[in-house]
Design a binder for this molecule. Structure first.
Ligand code: CAA
Length: 247
């Protein structure tokens, strides 16, 4: 393998779920270093040093992606450690599901601030580095909910926003050799998904032509591909990885 050999990455929300799988996949693919930005630091020191035993440098940085100063500090920390950023994966995301007519302002703001504004802050601090390098890969984790999902008006708006944001950065970053893409996962077995009521999980599986939930590693493999030079002419796209489910 080794398709990410010599590369340095920042990934948000990399301590569990899809993010954790992406970290493992990047290590399998020979990445030189990963800065894992986490709000609640699920990665303990022991886990970080165990990940580091796989031959790559791994650093865990506490960061609230919805806070510009935190993000600025985290990117500066990654730069001190690695000297550059080749790959940025905006994966951190939260849900506050409710029917729209019951949705609170807090639920709206929390989801937009983490899922959409968080990606904005990361790009704000990383894009200048990539422009200077005239090289970079950005992968933003959207969702099939971007196309509309009952109970997720806030989440859908944030994830649809990420698609427009990514397509715009792809057009602006193209002349500087920066590729920007989205991955839109379907229903994936993660802690986040476990909050969904049982009868709705059954509906989701019925609505998924492959008739099952996805696994985090099935998202990570696509993220790794998009982060590598195998995807060097692929930019401005949103790839649904959903077992053919649409919302
Ligand atoms: N379409 C239209 N109306 C619907 C509906 C549907 N699909 N499902 C439920 N309703 C209606 C119900 O009939 C009910 O109507 P009445 O009030 O007239 O009886 C009303 O909506 C409220 O239904 P509930 O009693 O179920 O409402 P609730 O407030 O207890 O729960 C909910 C609502 C929080 C949205 C809950 O249904 C839920 O959690 N749904 C799952 C949302 C979901 O798919 N989340 C995905 C999480 S995974 C993820 O986000 C990752 C990713 O990227 C995909």
């Amino acid at each position: 393998m080794g398709k990410l050999k010599g590369k340095y990455a920042i990934i948000t929300g990399g301590g569990r779920g899809i993010g954790e799988s992406i970290v493992h996949r990047f290590l399998d693919d020979g990445i030189a270093g990963i800065a894992v930005l986490e709000y609640d630091q699920n990665l303990t020191e022991e886990m970080v040093s165990r990940l580091g035993e796989r031959g790559s440098k791994v650093v865990s940085i506490q960061c609230d992606v919805s806070n510009d100063k935190d993000v600025e500090n985290a990117v500066a920390h990654a730069m001190e450690q690695f000297g550059t950023v080749d790959i940025l994966v905006n994966n951190a995301g939260i849900t506050r599901d409710s029917m729209f007519h019951k949705m609170t302002d807090d639920a709206w703001d929390a989801v937009i601030n983490v899922n959409l504004k968080g990606a904005y802050y990361l790009c704000k601090h990383v894009v200048p580095i990539m422009r200077k390098n005239e090289s970079g890969k950005i992968v933003n984790i959207s969702s099939i909910s971007a196309f509309g999902n009952v109970g997720q008006a806030n989440y859908a708006a944030s994830k649809a926003g990420l698609i427009g944001f990514s397509k715009t950065l792809a057009k602006e970053g193209g002349p500087k050799n920066i590729n920007v893409n989205c991955v839109a996962p379907g229903y994936i077995e993660t802690d986040m998904y476990r909050a969904v009521p049982e009868h709705i999980i059954e509906e989701h599986i019925k609505g998924t032509p492959l008739r099952r939930l996805g696994k985090p590693h099935e998202i990570a493999s696509v993220v790794s591909f998009l982060s590598s030079d195998d995807a060097s002419f692929l930019s401005g796209q949103c790839i649904s990885v959903s077992g053919a489910a649409t919302t």
